[in-house]
Write a protein that binds this ligand. Structure first.
Ligand SMILES: N[C@@H](CCC(=O)N[C@@H](CS)C(=O)NCC(=O)O)C(=O)O
Length: 211
């Protein structure tokens, strides 16, 4: 059995979407990461920083969104969401997965917090370089890893949707808007939007973002 630790409307929502795309059975445990004091201490045995997402599958604890998405895509190849080793799209797939969490996410956070820095100061580099790169990528290919939807799109589209649509930090580039339009009618995506809205009533509300 697969167990999924989730907080609605958070970074774990991208893994929720991927699980729905995979169509495998899983059990969800809600972790209220926004509650005062954070989740209970014993959750640290699953996720060392008491963050979401995390999964347990076949006795393996997997943390870190990129690792979880890669793990799940490979664990369920029948869903055809992970270009296999040897596939020409594998390199772009791996790079996009890691880029979302190691460059896009921290670059947006740095911008949101008004951090002034040089590219060489942090491994994630400059916000404007990140925006230009993602815009170029999505202008030359319809999906994160090339011509077809993969697990990497659950991560990239979630990141763009949240940081552009909710945080209002990522600029509304036509390439980003068109990309979100390409994925937004997927049934798994629609299901997760509806379920997260329901589940959100059971946890501490999101802070408001001033933009
Ligand atoms: N590096 C982690 C980061 C996960 C993360 O930042 N999760 C947020 C959800 S939006 C969280 O749990 N925040 C609660 C907290 O930091 O106390 C990953 O990629 O999985």
């Amino acid at each position: 059995m697969l167990k999924f630790y989730h907080c609605p409307w958070s970074r774990s929502s991208s893994i929720f979407w991927l699980l729905e795309e995979l169509g495998q059975p899983y059990e969800m445990e809600l972790i209220d990461v926004r509650m005062p004091g954070g989740p209970p201490e014993d959750y640290r045995a699953i996720q060392p920083s008491k963050k979401v997402p995390a999964i347990v599958h076949d006795g393996n604890i997997v943390t870190e969104r990129a690792a979880i998405a890669l793990y799940l895509g490979d664990a369920f190849p029948e869903a055809n969401l992970a270009p296999a080793i040897g596939d020409k799209d594998r390199a772009a797939y791996l790079a996009a997965m890691v880029y979302c969490d190691s460059v896009l996410d921290p670059a947006v956070a740095a911008r949101a917090h008004g951090l002034e820095y040089q590219s060489r100061d942090y491994s994630f580099g400059l916000f404007d370089d990140m925006v230009a790169y993602v815009e170029r990528m999505l202008s030359r290919q319809p999906f994160a890893a090339g011509g077809r939807f993969t697990a990497a799109d659950t991560q990239l589209a979630s990141a763009i949707g949240f940081t552009m649509g909710i945080m209002k930090v990522l600029p509304e580039k036509p390439a980003f808007v068109d990309y979100l339009a390409r994925i937004s009618d997927r049934p798994a995506y629609q299901r997760v939007q509806a379920r997260d809205a329901e589940l959100a009533k059971r946890v501490t509300p999101l802070p408001s973002f001033s933009g």
